[in-house]
Every structure is written in C-alpha cells, then in structure tokens.
Design a binder for this molecule. Structure first.
Ligand code: TXA
Ligand code: MG
Length: 319
C-alpha cells in the first residue's frame, strides 16, 4: 500500500490539488512549475488570477532556484525562522511562472514548519504553490474538516494533520527592494526580525506589491462581527437580551449573564493560544446563526498585532 505522502506526491505530479497542513493554516497545494495545476488553485478558491501565491519549499537550499539577487538578510531570516511561519518576498527567477507571481517581478517563498508539510515537500522535491485552502475572502482553515467544508469536491486529497499550531497566516516580509517591509503581520513580529537583522522592518503597506490579505473584506464570517472594548461587550449583551436576539461572544472575561440567547466562548488571554484557536472559534461562532458576533478588542501591543489585523478584517468583511 502506498503511504499518504506517496499518494499525495503522485497526485501533485499529475497536476492535481492536494490540501495539506502547515503550522499556520492549511494550504491548497499544486506543483508550482505546472501552470495548468496552478490554474486549478484559482478555480477552486474563486480567487482573482492576479493575486500571487506563496511557493512552499522543502528547505532554504532551494532558494536560488526561485529567487535571484537574494540579499544576505534573506539568508539570515531563513536561518533564524525556517522551517516556520515566515514568508520572504524576493526578486523572482525568470523561469518562475506568471500564474504563481501574478505577473509581478517578485516571488513569495516559505519553508513551512509542519512535519507532514515538510515530508510532502521533501518527497516531492520541488516547489509547491499553496495559498490558504479556503474560498477567496472566507475564514482560513486550521483543520482538515474546514478544508472539506469549503473546498470538498475540488481537491483531489486532503492530508489531515490535526489542528494547525500557530493558527494564523505567516508573516510576509518584503526583501525585494531597498526598504524592509512587513506586508502582512503574523506571529513573528517586527521586533523578532529586528533582533536577527539589526534593523526593524516598517509596517507601511504604501507602495507595496498587492497582497490579497490586505484587502478589507478578508477573513470574513457571514454573521456581522464587531470588535468592541470590554464595557461595550457587556452593553451588547444587555442590548441583545432587550431585543430578544441571539448574540455570539468571544472574550477573555467571564460571561456576566447566563441566558440561552448568549453564546459565550472563552478567549485565551495570551496571544499564542488566542491565535491558535482564532479561526476555529470564528467558524464555530459563525455557524450558530446568531444576529451578531462580538469580539473583545485585543491589547494594543505588538504581540497582538497580527491578531488585531485579522479581527479588523473579519469585522470589515463580515455580514
Ligand atoms: O501561512 C501562510 O502563508 C499560508 C500557508 C498555507 O502557507 N498561506 C497563505 O497563502 O496565507 P495566501 O495565498 O492565502 O496568502 C498569501 C499572501 C497573499 O496575500 C499574496 O498576495 C501574498 O502572499 N504574496 C504572494 N506572493 C507575493 C508577491 N510576490 N508579492 C507580494 N505579495 C505576495
Ligand atoms: Mg488566504
């Protein structure tokens, strides 16, 4: 009997889609050198064709196959954080297909930190283009069942590796120009990068290449979601009771009122566990069919910046 990984590699070689776990979120993988296979990703996700994909690699020894004019900083970050939740944007090699880069002169590269992802990539021996395995604009999947729920019929295989440990998408750092910029915040924060490089990246998104994660309506539940300070969460509970409406809440404090109309999920008070559970919590709250979801605003510190970013987008795109 072939193993799961052997099967998955065979499907990738045939140009089919394989969803697989990474430490951030599940990826929807295709052979990054096969334009027909990559086209299937866009069809399955319903994603606009000019949105570039991240190429997942088995190790940093393959960087030069995909990128050129690689600055020392890229090797230093790869050494410090790979395998792990960091994506580097670099100048692309001319042979990298346009379907992957969205026609841009750059390519996004990452070595994911999940053992099954690494096993798959090593056995495949090349680059696997893999966006998050959700329909475009919806909540990213952190469990195999989320992928089946979203993309079921359009994926040849879903490798089930359990819940993703990090739980939100990788930090994206642009190293393709003179400026060092974070294009998408993640659990590796600016200060972590600063400690390695001796200079801190800026968060400016101005003039940056287009990143689909920076669209307002992204990571969005169907139920209207608001991000509120603690006192406003309590007020929303009172208001829901007064209106006889069902309300879903994600907050670290104790539920002030026990009532069937209020569904209260306890939010972890530390950013790591909060991020780990965030998308599964949003999916669970969204599935309740409540009139509203309210989430207590996270602290303003850098450790929470990626979570705050995802929650703001979820609020902007919800409903
Ligand atoms: O954690 C992750 O990065 C997950 C897992 C599956 O690896 N992947 C992921 O992929 O989040 P996706 O496609 O959902 O988001 C990738 C982001 C997009 O916002 C895309 O625009 C950006 O990376 N991106 C890819 N290549 C780029 C490039 N050359 N320049 C600028 N942004 C790029
Ligand atoms: Mg995505």
């Amino acid at each position: 009997m072939p193993t799961v990984i052997e099967n998955a590699v065979a499907l990738l070689r045939q140009g089919e889609l394989v969803a697989f776990p990474t430490e951030t979120v599940y990826g929807l993988g295709a052979d990054a050198a096969n334009a027909d296979a990559v086209a299937k990703i866009f069809a399955a996700k319903g994603r606009p064709a000019d949105h570039p994909l991240i190429v997942n690699l088995p190790g940093d020894d393959q960087l030069e196959r995909w990128a050129r004019a690689i600055p020392d900083a890229a090797y230093e970050l790869a050494e410090a954080f790979w395998p792990g939740p960091l994506t580097l944007i670099l100048k692309r090699q001319p042979n990298v297909i346009d379907a992957v880069t969205g026609g841009q002169d750059t390519v996004g590269l990452r070595v994911p930190g999940h053992p099954l992802a690494l096993e798959l990539l090593r056995a495949f021996g090349g680059g696997v283009a893999a966006p998050s395995a959700n329909r475009f604009g919806r909540i990213s999947p952190t469990a195999a069942q989320h992928v089946r729920d979203d993309l079921g019929g359009s994926v040849a295989m879903v490798i089930d590796g359990g819940a993703c440990s990090v739980g939100i998408e990788s930090t994206i750092v642009d190293l393709s120009g003179a400026a060092l910029t974070i294009l998408r915040p993640g659990m590796i924060v600016a200060a972590d990068i600063g400690r390695v490089l001796g200079r801190v990246p800026s968060d400016a998104r101005v003039d940056a290449p287009r990143v689909s994660g920076s669209l307002e309506a992204h990571y969005a539940p169907r139920t209207p979601l608001s991000l509120l300070p603690a006192d406003a969460v309590i007020f929303a509970v009172r208001e829901a009771l007064a209106k006889n409406e069902r309300l879903a809440v994600l907050a670290p404090m104790l539920c002030p009122i026990s009532d069937d109309l209020i569904v209260w999920l306890a939010a972890p008070s530390d950013p790591g566990p909060f991020a780990h559970a965030l998308y599964a919590n949003l999916r669970a709250l969204d599935a309740l069919g409540c009139a509203r979801i309210v989430v207590q605003k996270p602290p303003a510190s850098q450790a929470w910046s990626a979570i705050a970013d995802r929650l703001q987008r979820a609020a902007a795109g919800s409903g």
